[in-house]
Design a protein around this ligand. Structure first.
Ligand SMILES: Cc1cc2nc3c(=O)[nH]c(=O)nc-3n(C[C@H](O)[C@H](O)[C@H](O)COP(=O)(O)OP(=O)(O)OC[C@H]3O[C@@H](n4cnc5c(N)ncnc54)[C@H](O)[C@@H]3O)c2cc1C
Length: 440
């Protein structure tokens, strides 16, 4: 069994608004729909269903947000990661691609609406996202992104050098792609707020309730934990990278890859006036990505992928992260202290879009969010609740597939791709005559 990274060490665990009071499931209960997994995917599905009066019970093995939903970096950018929209259309085919693109690119409407409607305390800031151009040759790809995303209704635009400097407060970028609808939040606060909303709408949430089996019983399904069972007509597994048991081989549908996140001490007010002065999220556009933003206390929260010494040797990792931040923002004079540092696990799929598995009549599972799960998990509640309400398979926004194991090459494909991006970035930056950050 995978040993997951520690949960309690993150900045979010120290700062998120408290979770609603919940108890483990004890005894047998009846429901229309049982949802397994208390991350964004499970919670937003439960919320959709509870709102229209469906009897819904959500079972979480540990606590709300224990998985990726409570430990991610908090960027909420309603786009796809890795593949462009034309590539996704080729991979997924129609009508699936267009439906999913529509849902994903409008995901922040849902996020903003849920936060507003249920008054979720999660530091939500919708000030946009910049994917920067580290050299002028990167601008061509960003122009294509503007065309592709704006054609499906997103509000994005190309920034020139001066504009990006005004928004990011960094002199290192040669332009950038601005997505006005993107936001950032305290991810654990958001997950806990969603759980509170589910309960407010009449849904039931049980934590410390690990699902150990799911068996047919009298025309329904008995979803058993160590101390009780939910008998439900429909069952949804939304257990992501943190899947433990519940349904045979579900944990083989993806490969786990780690990400780490770190948070500095709060920057001074003077520094905050010029470093990310608009409180946006910045992706530095490098092959070796560094994404960062503020939390409500004015700490910079930055994420990277472990690679080579990075992530293993902590002194080196802290130095690398500080050197990158100071290179991007020479106006930061003080020494950077990474006061929080934590890891989390991603459920990677080769298409990097979620996969919906039909496990048995009345039982589905959804895994493989592959990152960008804040908007993705939040919009998946719309798709899964439609399935639970009986929308025909052909009208769903994800194709229902039989459970299949992730291909073997997913063990090494993503790390190799990251290394390739890093080398390609080095070569392109040199060819463009631009500067490389330290440790590149
Ligand atoms: C370090 C890190 C940084 C990231 N940064 C970002 C970011 O900045 N922006 C972004 O958009 N995305 C980011 N992601 C991705 C995003 O966090 C995830 O894709 C998303 O949270 C997954 O949500 P989920 O609901 O599908 O799964 P999870 O949040 O993982 O929830 C699954 C839940 O199921 C429970 N469970 C498992 N087995 C059982 C069982 N048998 N019985 C009951 N419960 C069970 C688990 O305990 C867990 O709580 C990041 C991920 C990580 C790990």
């Amino acid at each position: 069994m995978t040993k997951f990274s520690p949960f309690e060490v993150s900045l979010w665990y120290a700062t998120a608004a408290p979770a609603p009071e919940t108890t483990p499931l004890e005894g047998r209960v009846r429901a229309d729909v049982c949802i397994v997994g208390g991350g964004y995917t499970g919670l937003t599905t439960a919320l959709e269903l509870a709102r229209d009066g469906t009897r819904v019970v959500l079972l979480e093995r540990e606590e709300i947000g224990y998985g990726g939903s409570g430990r991610n970096a908090g960027h909420c950018t309603p786009t796809f990661t890795h593949y462009s929209l034309p590539e996704l259309r080729r991979m997924l085919g129609e009508p699936w691609a267009e439906r999913l693109i529509a849902r994903q690119t409008r995901a922040n409407d849902r996020v903003g609406d849920m936060i507003q409607r249920y008054q979720i305390q999660c530091e939500w800031q919708q000030n946009g996202y910049v994917q920067a151009a580290p050299h002028k040759n990167a601008l061509r790809g960003l122009e294509e992104k503007v065309r592709a995303y704006n054609a499906v209704g997103a509000k994005t635009r190309l920034l020139d050098r001066d504009e990006v400097e005004k928004i990011a407060g960094s002199p290192r970028f040669h332009g950038g792609w601005f997505h006005a609808e993107a936001g950032h939040l305290n991810p654990l606060g958001y997950a806990r707020g969603l759980a509170r909303a589910v309960m407010q709408e009449g849904g039931t949430v049980h934590t410390r309730s690990p699902v150990v089996s799911c068996k047919p019983e009298g025309g329904a399904w008995a979803v058993a934990t160590d101390k009780g069972a939910v008998v439900a007509d429909k069952v949804i597994f939304a257990t992501g990278a943190y899947t433990v048991g519940g349904w045979p081989k579900l944990d083989q549908t993806f490969k786990i890859h780690k990400v780490f996140v770190a948070a500095t001490q709060p920057l001074t007010e003077d520094e905050r006036r010029t470093v990310l002065p608009k409180n946006t999220t910045i992706h530095d556009g490098r092959g070796d990505i560094y994404v960062y933003k503020y939390n409500a206390e004015g700490r910079i929260v930055a994420s990277m992928f472990p690679m080579g010494r990075r992530g293993r040797n902590m002194d080196y990792t802290h130095r690398l992260m500080s050197d990158r931040l100071k290179w991007l923002h020479p106006q930061i004079r003080q020494e950077i202290r990474w006061e929080y540092f934590w890891y989390g696990e991603l459920d990677m799929q080769y298409r990097t879009v979620p996969r919906l598995y039909g496990l048995a009549p009345g039982v589905v599972a959804l895994t493989g969010l592959s990152g960008r799960g804040v908007p993705t998990g939040s919009m998946l509640g719309g798709i899964l609740s439609e399935w639970a309400r009986g929308v025909p398979e052909k009208d769903l926004s994800l194709k229902l597939e039989p459970l299949t194991a992730a291909p073997f090459y997913m063990n090494f494909g993503p790390p190799l791709t990251l290394r390739y991006y890093r080398v390609a970035d080095w070569i392109r930056t040199r060819l463009a005559g631009a500067d490389l950050p330290p440790h590149a």
